[in-house]
Design a protein around this ligand. Structure first.
Ligand code: NAD
Ligand code: DAU
Length: 351
């Protein structure tokens, strides 16, 4: 494998993955196909574009739903890693159509182009999510062969993408591997997601809008650990298999919120309990023994992941201020305006 098409590489995880591949694999070339939606940010790869690795990197602005462009790019590479997606659950509740378009139809377009490349593509690594399993009551952990129970337009679209992969594996014998990571945390995450939103709000002494009672549980994986796992799956995952990528860092949201405030030396009085997200999954937890058996385990525990993440947002204020001063403002008002107006400073009593 020498040349990899990475889709969605201008986003959060994709940009870390491109940097990882270029620095860890001598001689590899990367083509980054990204539509540059609101979440795609060329600033995430400025160091690559302006540095010594630039000769092994090419950016192509375009849509994974464009069969002609995708077919042409597939013709140039040996492998494909598909990060491109609409990725934010809250936005999927406001406007589901782009999620179905990119996460389902876009995945289908990529797979079709690979099928037409007549066996030339060595590997397709499709990035799914733990959300496809739906919520899991403690102490259960989702296993790769569990049934899928998505409940949001986002997770339903991601499950649709996975189903397309499974159909292409069965019908066309495509060399697809599906990765299902848990919540990533780290530098360069668009500040609509909880961790970067709350860190940047706290730095500006703005309220932190906690949904419901804040007792929902997520497993927090440092993005660089995820990149190592995905690299392993790209090179060593078995064709047609699904791999969960967990961290073993399950925490209720309030632990994340309080951890952020403590690291920043900010008061708990910034916390606001706001109206919950509809269909909010209470807990995700992954059994990730299958990828452990391949030799991967996460390097960062919860404290180290949060500490490194908070430090990056403190040191890179210009990165997130640029985003938050633009179209983000209208989104924030729509998502949080009314909720914050009727917020409480204590969790709801009946939660
Ligand atoms: P992100 O929103 O930061 O980035 C998505 C990228 O995809 C952006 O650069 C965007 O411009 C691009 N994109 C969107 N639609 C496109 C299209 N039609 N064609 C080409 N490019 C397009 O997302 P992320 O958080 O980096 O997530 C990356 C992938 O990992 C997604 O598939 C997501 O579902 C999955 N995932 C994310 C997490 C997480 O915690 N962030 C966890 C598990 C799985
Ligand atoms: O689990 C993997 C998924 O993690 C990925 O597939 C998604 O792409 C990614 O966005 C993420 O989804 P979540 O919905 O878990 O992430 P988010 O950061 O939006 O929310 C994390 C938790 O925090 C969740 O329980 C909702 C809560 N939350 C979120 C926001 C934005 C709040 O309480 N307040 C908020 O303002």
């Amino acid at each position: 494998m020498r040349k990899v098409l990475v889709t969605g590489g201008a986003g959060f995880i994709g940009s870390h993955f491109i940097r990882h591949i270029l620095t860890q694999h001598d001689g590899y070339e990367v083509v980054n196909l990204d539509k540059l939606t609101y979440a795609g940010n060329p600033d995430n790869l400025l160091d690559i574009e302006g540095g010594p690795l630039a000769k092994r990197y090419r950016f192509v602005k375009g849509d994974i739903c464009d069969p002609e462009l995708v077919g042409q790019l597939i013709g140039e590479v040996d492998a494909v890693v598909n990060f491109a997606a609409e990725s934010h659950v809250d936005r999927s509740l406001l406007e589901p159509a782009p999620f179905i378009q990119t996460d389902v139809y876009g995945t289908y377009c990529l797979l079709s182009a690979v099928a037409e490349a007549s066996g030339r593509i060595e590997r397709v690594l499709h990035i799914s999510t733990d959300e496809v399993y739906g919520e899991v009551p403690a102490p259960r952990r989702s296993k790769e062969d569990d049934p899928l129970h998505p409940r949001s337009p986002y997770s339903a679209s991601k499950a649709g993408g996975d189903m397309q992969c499974i159909a292409f594996i069965e019908i066309h014998r495509l060399p697809v591997v599906i990765a299902r990571p848990c919540n990533n945390i780290g530098p360069n995450q668009y500040p609509e997601k909880m961790a970067p939103l709350f860190i940047s709000n706290a730095l500006d002494d703005q309220p932190l809008p906690v949904y419901g009672d804040g007792r929902q549980v997520r497993d927090w994986l440092f993005v660089k650990d995820n990149c190592e796992a995905l690299d392993l799956l790209l090179h060593g995952g078995a064709r047609g298999e699904v791999y969960n990528v967990g961290a073993g860092n399950e925490r209720p949201n309030m632990d994340v919120v309080e951890g952020i405030l403590d690291l920043l030396g900010k008061p708990r009085s910034l916390i606001r309990f706001v109206e919950d997200r509809p269909g909010h999954d209470r807990r995700y937890a992954l059994d990730f023994e299958k990828i452990r058996a391949l030799g991967w385990s996460p390097r960062h525990d919860f404290a180290a992941s949060l500490e490194k993440t908070v430090a990056w947002y403190v040191d890179n204020r210009q990165w997130w201020e640029k985003i938050k001063s633009g179209a983000f403002r209208a989104y924030y008002e729509k998502q949080y305006g009314a909720r914050l107006a009727s917020a409480r400073s204590a969790p709801p009593a009946n939660a």
